[in-house]
Design a protein around this ligand. Sequence first.
Ligand code: HEM
Ligand code: HEM
Length: 177
Amino acid sequence: MIGDPGDPAEVYDGTTIVLHWLTAILVAIQFLIGRTTGLLPRGALRLDVWSMHVVFGFVLTGVVTLGMVWRARYGRRPPPSNRGALHLAAVTTHRLLDFLLLIMIALGITDVFAHGFPLFNLWHFPKVGGREFVLSVNAWHGWMANILAAVALRHAAAALFHHHVMRNGVLLRMWWR
Ligand code: HEM
Ligand code: HEM
């Protein structure tokens, strides 16, 4: 049975589960900070919140890298939970999420250097490029954040649909037990 907690082959391993939820929580925090910090008045508080975004961004970089290496080399991958078109849709969404995470990380780190970011006003990253470059990298980072949020919401809705409507164990196999 899909997600049978008594059958180890049917559930993800603990490391994959922890790294998946850490990624999800960090992406949610990053999106929230990214979409609200511009509303704060210019000054020390705003810079500190953006600095937290950069710190969490580097933590996310580590978590995503570890997650991908772990899944590829050591992680347990349960058998497909769907067939045919639904299976294709699930796999496409998962690989798209991986791809968008990597793009967001690359754009975020480029954004740090494009700004010559003053981390907590204590340490300045070296600045690369001019004003046009900052604007364009920042715009791409913002657009890709919206696309990632939309795909992640669709992915979460599919997981909840499996759980509450199809009443199978797809969500449980990515859950702590
Ligand atoms: C999936 C994860 C992430 C999300 C959802 C996200 C989201 C956002 C959003 C929505 C903005 C505002 C863009 C705009 O002005 O239109 C932003 C800005 C920014 N992000 Fe991210 N971000 C993520 C990861 C990262 C990473 C990994 C880094 C670097 C380590 C980073 C560094 C920055 C910087 C430097 C800015 C500009 C701050 C400023 O204007 O002073 N972000 N982010
Ligand atoms: C930004 C947020 C999220 C990201 C980036 C993300 C990413 C991923 C990825 C890449 C996989 C595929 C793992 C593999 O290769 O086998 C996956 C699986 C899964 N995710 Fe997420 N996820 C997020 C949020 C969520 C949320 C909010 C839920 C639940 C409401 C959820 C439930 C699941 C489940 C149940 C699976 C296993 C699906 C299966 O085995 O067919 N995810 N997630």
